[in-house]
Design a binder for this molecule. Structure first.
Ligand code: BG6
Length: 511
């Protein structure tokens, strides 16, 4: 479905009402790290698509800030190429969007730079009519978060609703520290000038459609929740397998490894959505309260439990390409013990989940990219077909697919047509791609939109961050400091499903 909105032709499909949002406050979006990859590849293209679909406020201005000495036109030329590949639009539409873009060169550690930026934003805001509303997005390496947040504050740019200021919000990306202590230090520094409601900590997994759908599936349907517990569920598997390696991020990854990179954030968020209790309202603080409660119910890891398999990819073949092992990647120490794969078995200590294992698996350079959540139900308590069929009846399974397909599949038993009694497993399928033909919001579009709306639902709250670190920091310390660290790290071939030690569990999740 196409529609003309504010003079622009938009392809809104049948989800028009879900994509466009009314009453967005006018604002200036200020992106620090504007010459970097995240801005060019993700943030500005997301803003461009939002603008095409009329989901940006009007008026709005976008200011890129970085150390690089760009003129405004150089900045615009740099990002044009990426934007034009992400949407099919006429040159005139690009020109209209480009008119929203500005560039301001800053020295991140110079207060004077921020004082000048303040004047620039004041004039821009007055010319555009953005009522002093400001969204600061820190698309910079994490070690700069404190410095930039501090200078924004010292320049008097973090105030909300004072001296004709509107709102002021700060967006940061993971990693939020590298353990409990550093995350608390980072938080203290952000809170010097910003209050908790002003801070938006992104987890892009929460903005994926299928992930957002988990709460709807659980709590907007009467048929699942009564079964969603230890009486009916055998185990839960959450898999985020990646085919890519560490790209050009060895500096970051060597210090991070898979547990910090994927588990402390994305994997724990998925776990919390599957396992949390129903909040009383679909409202950010109540949802985040329930997640926090869930994190607090997870049993701490102890070395003895044998609930952890760590791995590191060796050389292998993906497609027809020979892939070097992790140790052969540029920038990786030749004797590095950084894990690129982990299988963690979580136990949740509450009445609902007592005794149900939650297997969380993530790794780089695996056979294919696949992200899914498997809810494996128990077998029927008594099979009246056993004598006839001489086989056990497969248990039901609900699969929430996040990648490559986005959808939900419920498998169940049916009788095969014919004279003899045979059962076969059939799938009931719901596919996002097939059911919705219209425009949907990509993760960064959703995230930016929610920041503009001031909705914290899809963002981490600091108490959640700390709880997640409290849970994983002892595990990280024991993995990183134990004497037989090398023996505990299983090598797996690039292009495989991970180390042999994890094969049984992986099989349970991908089969
Ligand atoms: C990022 C990690 O947070 O998530 C990356 O830093 C990882 O290492 C990425 O590749 C995975 O995200 P997605 O959306 O591709 O599954």
């Amino acid at each position: 479905m196409t529609q003309e909105v504010n003079g622009k032709i938009c392809n809104l499909g049948n989800v028009c009402d879900c994509v466009t949002v009314k009453d967005l406050d006018p604002c200036i979006i200020i992106i620090f790290g504007a010459s970097g990859d995240l801005t060019t590849r993700k943030l500005i293209p997301a803003l461009f698509r939002m603008w095409i679909n009329n989901s940006l406020p009007d008026p709005v201005a976008i200011v890129g800030c970085a150390r690089t000495e760009f003129s405004r036109s150089e900045f615009i030329a740099k990002i044009k190429k990426e934007c034009m590949t992400c949407a099919t639009v006429a040159e005139s539409q690009w020109n209209d969007f480009a008119a929203l873009l500005h560039y301001f060169q800053v020295e991140y550690d110079s207060l004077n730079s921020y004082l000048q930026l303040k004047m620039f934003l004041k004039d821009l805001g007055a010319a555009k009519g953005t009522h002093g509303n400001k969204l600061f997005d820190l698309a910079v390496p994490p070690h700069l978060y404190s410095i930039i947040a501090d200078n924004i504050g010292q320049a008097g740019l973090a105030h909300q609703y004072k001296e004709n200021n509107g709102w002021c919000r700060l967006v940061v990306e993971k990693p939020f520290g590298s353990d409990l202590y550093t995350s608390q230090e980072l938080d203290k520094s952000l809170h010097r000038h910003f209050t908790e409601p002003q801070i938006f900590r992104i987890d892009h997994y929460l903005a994926k459609e299928t992930v957002q759908n988990i709460l709807m599936l659980r709590f907007a349907n009467a048929i699942f929740e009564p079964l969603w517990n230890r009486s009916y569920i055998d185990y839960v598997g959450i898999l985020a397998a990646e085919q890519i390696g560490i790209e050009n991020r060895s500096g970051y990854y060597e210090n991070s490894g898979v547990i910090r990179d994927m588990f402390q954030n994305h994997m724990l968020q998925l776990l919390s959505l599957i396992a949390m209790e129903p909040p009383s309202h679909f409202e950010a603080e109540r949802v985040r309260d329930e997640k926090l409660k869930l994190f607090r119910s997870i049993r701490p890891f102890t070395e003895k439990q044998g609930d952890v398999v760590l791995g590191q990819y060796g050389p292998g073949i993906i497609g027809s390409e020979a892939i070097p092992g992790y140790l052969g990647e540029k920038g990786v120490a030749p004797d590095s013990l950084t894990p690129t794969f982990a299988l963690l078995r979580f136990a949740i200590e509450n009445w609902r989940w007592q005794g149900v294992p939650f297997y969380l698996v993530s790794g780089k350079r695996m056979k294919r990219k696949e992200t899914r959540i498997v809810i494996q139900f128990k077998e029927v308590p008594h099979s009246l077909f056993r004598d006839v069929l001489k086989e056990s009846v497969s248990a039901n399974r609900l699969v929430l697919s996040i990648y490559p397909e986005e959808g939900i599949t419920l498998s169940f038993q049916t009788k095969s047509p014919g004279a003899s009694v045979c059962l076969r497993t059939m799938d009931m399928d719901f596919s996002y791609q097939e059911s919705y033909k219209g425009v949907s919001l990509e993760a960064y579009e959703k995230v930016l939109l929610d920041c503009i709306l001031g909705d914290h639902m899809l963002f981490w709250r600091q108490d959640g961050v700390e709880e997640a670190w409290s849970l994983l920091t002892p595990l990280l310390h024991s993995c990183e400091r134990c004497e037989n660290r090398a023996q505990k790290l299983h090598t797996y071939d690039a292009g495989s499903w991970g180390p042999d030690a994890a094969a049984g569990i992986i099989e349970k999740i991908i089969s």
